[in-house]
Design a protein around this ligand. Sequence first.
Ligand code: P6P
Length: 339
Amino acid sequence: MAKKFRALTLGEFVVAQQNAFPYATGDLTRLLNHIGIASKIVNREVNMAGLVDILGETGKENIQGEQVKKLDDYANEQFKLILGSSTEVCGLATEEEKESVSFESDLSREGKYIVCMDPLDGSSNIDVNVSIGTVFCIYRRISEVGTASEEKDFLQRGTEQVAAGYVLYGSSTMLVYTTGMGVTGFTLDPSIGEYFLSHRKINMPDLGTTYSINEGNYINFPAGVKQYIKYCQENDLSTHRPYTSRYIGSLVADFHRNMLKGGIYIYPQTKAHPEGKLRLTYECNPIAFLTEQSGGIATDGMGNRILEIPVTSIHQRVPFFAGSPEMVKLAEKYMKINS
Ligand code: P6P
């Protein structure tokens, strides 16, 4: 009779992982669990968005000049509330806030960590019921414990991340994260509100057949990107059927599929976004950490490792090429030929 395994919950797993760090105090464990709690609250609203008055615009614009959806706002407020009342985090930078938020309570000021996050990424998909996500990463603070968080806490390179992850509000809700010991995925059982271990160690295939890019911007792409797309469209690889184009317009959903099945996600420089569209601190660095931890490569398309790009502002944008190593290397080769 096959031995039955009881699935581990997120809480049990992070505690077990903590034991691998002899000097761990449990703060990071508690922080990851707080992020899990906030994601469950957001998930509840995401699942009911069509039923309650939470769709649509707030009439506000964020610093990106993008219309803020009610669910964006709600997610941002929930993560601020949960993290602000934890004792591990002294400050938060999010897509929805122009400046970083320093949590003012005495307990928060003792927090050792800061969080950068996009509380609800892909929000243009909310009204059409397409998967959206939360992206987060965690750093140790640089500023003195016991004081308010400072801007320098949020301008650390991606290599300094302590942890990174995302929540995918899709056909099922998943929380996927890394602390530098590989990538692990949990799936939410909404009937009991518990995340259960479902993907113990996620490894990105070296080569895939999916490329994810908004080809509507084709005319404005760099020549190297245009040539890479043509390569994908014209080469019937001997061991793979022709490439497939899959682009959801939701970074977390596109990335998650590519990480599991192999593939490449590209958001290059375009006319509308000459620096690239995605933000380094709360989109590219966390996804790049997960990419590398699962065996992939993440660069700016010009040979620069995302995790090593100097961070000069919270909302800094960079071109983003992330995915299976063989695919990113080939895309980089086309970019280099045309540079
Ligand atoms: P476009 C969503 O706004 C986002 O940040 C990513 O989730 C997504 O991949 C990308 O932008 C979509 O941008 O210009 O293709 O609509």
